[in-house]
Every structure is written in structure tokens, then in C-alpha cells.
Design a binder for this molecule. Structure first.
Ligand SMILES: Cc1cc2nc3c(=O)[nH]c(=O)nc-3n(C[C@H](O)[C@H](O)[C@H](O)COP(=O)(O)OP(=O)(O)OC[C@H]3O[C@@H](n4cnc5c(N)ncnc54)[C@H](O)[C@@H]3O)c2cc1C
Length: 387
């Protein structure tokens, strides 16, 4: 394993966390172990249970609510080390933070304690924003939440929800004022066991197959009014502020782990694979490919941890957060394509782990806002600063 990229000025506690997650991955999440889950499209539940017992599924939940109370740098370390071994598993674990963050940022203490318990106890949470006709265009959502006395009645169907089929609790975005578009959106806590909540189609995905992605249906689901997170009409802001927090660690750092894994694999393979009587690593064409992988990964890693440090310092910078997500995910896609090239036919074969990571890599350019949408977010935020 290439250690030059790993010591990023972390504190001793952060290095301990890094080693702990790395060892966990090495033991529980090797490609050989994950393969059957990837084939079947299943979350490796035993590994998840162990991660939860170690507190890894709740590291950013404040200590007062039962979590480890760590920051975004630690969250990035977790994501990077899990992403090194298995992108789907990293997605499954980090989706809990994505779901909890709206409550953490905008909820009251009672809601935080209530929601956190599901995750701290080893359960799953899911963030439910996307609908069939509203992915990039979150303002086009159709799910409604109608106030009736001291309850809201929720109706609608969410799709592509990570952990959707296994979640104990959902963070649901629904319109309280359907005529107001994005300004009519509100955020709610909806428990899985409420009458009218059901799980629809499970996606049979190209990659990250060790994560669960499902439709979630809300059919006249009654929730108490106290399950409203923040204020009515603030749902869009809540979702976007959440993404500023999650894009660097949950997405960006995961891509760095995947890229590091591929670089390690390529160096090892190129040292032993011979053509024309020489290891392929002796060819400058191969060396340059690996050097370029390293350059892209180092650059993206620096941005990801810079973004995480800024968040921990209380500086929310939309441009930096979105840039970290784009830099990491674009880099991983390039690295995974080059890794297949270095492995030649073996890269294309499912006998080697490279093909799996190539499939997994694509998702990071899509979820938590596509990279096209990130670029729109970046230019908008830049222009605001220029004005
Ligand atoms: C595996 C997986 C897990 C997911 N997990 C979750 C989850 O947990 N919770 C959740 O709420 N959602 C989740 N999503 C949904 C994801 O966030 C959306 O798929 C994503 O935001 C894109 O939306 P869409 O699929 O509707 O694509 P569309 O919005 O239809 O976009 C299609 C293409 O058009 C481009 N495009 C759209 N508008 C513009 C524009 N104005 N300018 C330029 N290009 C544009 C897009 O970038 C994309 O390339 C997940 C998706 C997947 C595949």
C-alpha cells in the first residue's frame, strides 16, 4: 500500500481511526468476501452489524445523542478507508449521515435524540428526496404533506433511495405548499413502521451492488406535526445545506479510497506481469499512466480534506464542497478506466477486482447531485461572490 498519500497531518486520534477502519476493511470487506454480495446485490449485513458495534455507522452523531461526536475530517477518513475496500458498503454506511444531517442541522434536540437512536442502535436511515420526475430538478417534486390538525398526511413515491429497503427511519422531503415549487418544500421524519409506508422496486444496479437502492412509497401516511424538521417551506434549503456538508466526506473521500485501491493494484500487477520478457512496469507508457493516477488522486484528496477541515472550522463553502465531489469522482472514473487498461484482458474479467470498481466508480458522478449540477452550483456560488 502506498503510504505517501496517507499521512495528511492527521492527529494521533485521527490516525488511530484510520488504522481501525483500515483493519476493519482488510478483515471484513475484501473483494473476495464482497463478491458474493455484489453478485446477489445485497448489503453484507454481518459486516454492517460489526461496523455498527464499532460505532462506525454513527461517527458524526454528537456524543450527547449516543454517537462518536466526530467531525467531517474523521467522516472523510471513514469514507476513504471504507471506499478503499468497497464503494457499496461505504455508501450504505455514509447514507446514515446523509439522512441524519438535516435533523442535526435544522432539528430540535428531541428530534436529534429520537432520530440518532435508530442509527446508534445499529439500524439504518435513508434520505428521501428524489422522485421519478425530480432528480436534478428537486423543485419539481410531487410528494405532498398536508396538515390536518396536529398531523401531516404524506402521499407520494420516492425513488433511488439508498437504504430505502432496509431503513428504520426516513428523512422525507414533501410539499406543504404545492403551488410554491421549491419554496413549498418541507422536511419530515417518517418512521418505517408508520401505516402506509412501503418499499417498492429495488434497483438492480450496475455498481455499488452491496448497497440497497429502492423506491419508497407513502400512501396516506400520518405523522405527528412534531416530525416536521425546521420550518415549513425550508425543505429545499435544508436539503442543499445538507449536501454542502456531505459532498466532501461522504462522496469525495469515498472516491479517493477507490482510486488508492486501484493504484495499489496497478503497481503490484505491473511489477509481475511481463510482456516481451519485461515487467510491464518498465514501460514508460505504463509508468506515466500510474503517475497520472497518483497526480489526480493526490490533488482530489487535498481538496476533499481541505473541504472537510473548512466544514469542521464552521466555514460552509458551496464551491469547495461541490468541487471536492466533482474532483474526486471525475478522477476515480479516469483512474478506473486506466486501471482496466493496465490490467488488459484481466482488467475486463470479473476474476479480478478492477472491473467491479470500474462499475462502482460511475455512481459518484451521479448521486448527491450529478456532476453537471455540481458545475451549475459552483458557477452560481462563484458568481454570487463576484457580485
Ligand atoms: C445508486 C443511487 C443511489 C441514490 N441514492 C439517493 C438517495 O439516497 N436519496 C435521494 O434522494 N436520491 C438518491 N439518488 C438519486 C440521485 O441523486 C439522482 O439520480 C440524481 O440527482 C440525478 O437525478 P436523475 O436521475 O433524475 O437524473 P436527471 O435529473 O434526469 O438528469 C439526467 C441527466 O441530465 C443532466 N441534467 C439535468 N438537468 C441539467 C441541466 N439543467 N443542465 C445540464 N445538465 C442537466 C444530469 O446531469 C444528467 O446527466 C440515488 C441515485 C442512484 C443511482
Amino acid at each position: 500500500m502506498n503510504n505517501t498519500v496517507l499521512d495528511f497531518g492527521f492527529t494521533p486520534d485521527q490516525k488511530d481511526l484510520q488504522m481501525m477502519v483500515r483493519e476493519f476493511g482488510e478483515k471484513e470487506l475484501t473483494w473476495e468476501k464482497m463478491r458474493e454480495f455484489d453478485d446477489r446485490g445485497e448489503i453484507p449485513m454481518e459486516a454492517y452489524k460489526k461496523a455498527a458495534e464499532m460505532g462506525l455507522t454513527a461517527i458524526t452523531i454528537p456524543e450527547e445523542f449516543g454517537g462518536a461526536g466526530m467531525g467531517q475530517v474523521e467522516n472523510a477518513i471513514l469514507s476513504e478507508e471504507l471506499g478503499y475496500w468497497n464503494g457499496g458498503f461505504a455508501t450504505t454506511v455514509l447514507a446514515n449521515g446523509l439522512a441524519f444531517d438535516p435533523v442535526l442541522l435544522f432539528g430540535n434536540d428531541e428530534q436529534k435524540a429520537y432520530y440518532a437512536k435508530y442509527i446508534v442502535d445499529g439500524g439504518f436511515a435513508a434520505f428521501a428526496l428524489t422522485e421519478a420526475n425530480a432528480g436534478s430538478d428537486a423543485g419539481a417534486l410531487r410528494t405532498t404533506a398536508v396538515k390536518e390538525g396536529d398531523e401531516y398526511v404524506i402521499n407520494g413515491c420516492k425513488c433511488f433511495i439508498t437504504n430505502g429497503g432496509v431503513a428504520d427511519v426516513y428523512t422525507v422531503f414533501a410539499l406543504t405548499d404545492p403551488d410554491a415549487g421549491a419554496r413549498g418544500l418541507s422536511c419530515f421524519i417518517v418512521e418505517r413502521d408508520r401505516k402506509g409506508v412501503s418499499v417498492g422496486k429495488e434497483e438492480d444496479k450496475l455498481g455499488i451492488r452491496t448497497s440497497n437502492t429502492c423506491e419508497v412509497i407513502f400512501d396516506n401516511v400520518r405523522i405527528p406535526a412534531k416530525n416536521l424538521v425546521g420550518q415549513e417551506g425550508k425543505g429545499f434549503k435544508i436539503a442543499m445545506t445538507t449536501f454542502d456538508l456531505t459532498r466532501p466526506a461522504a462522496v469525495g473521500a469515498g472516491t479517493i479510497g477507490g482510486a488508492r485501491f486501484l493504484i495499489d493494484q496497478c503497481v503490484q500487477y505491473a511489477m509481475v506481469r511481463t510482456t516481451f520478457g519485461q515487467p510491464i512496469l518498465t514501460n514508460q507508457a505504463i509508468q506515466f499512466k500510474i503517475a497520472d493516477m497518483e497526480i489526480g488522486t493526490q490533488a482530489a484528496r487535498a481538496l476533499v480534506y481541505r473541504a472537510a477541515e473548512m466544514l469542521d472550522a464552521g466555514v460552509v463553502d458551496t464551491t469547495i464542497a461541490a468541487s471536492a465531489k466533482v474532483a474526486g469522482s471525475d478522477n476515480l472514473l479516469k483512474v478506473s478506466a486506466e486501471a482496466i487498461q493496465i490490467f488488459g484482458g484481466n482488467g475486463y474479467s470479473r476474476e479480478y477486482p478492477i472491473a467491479t470498481i470500474y462499475r462502482d466508480a460511475k455512481i459518484y458522478q451521479i448521486y448527491e447531485g450529478t456532476n453537471e449540477i455540481q458545475r451549475m452550483v459552483i458557477i452560481k456560488s462563484m458568481l454570487k461572490a463576484y457580485m
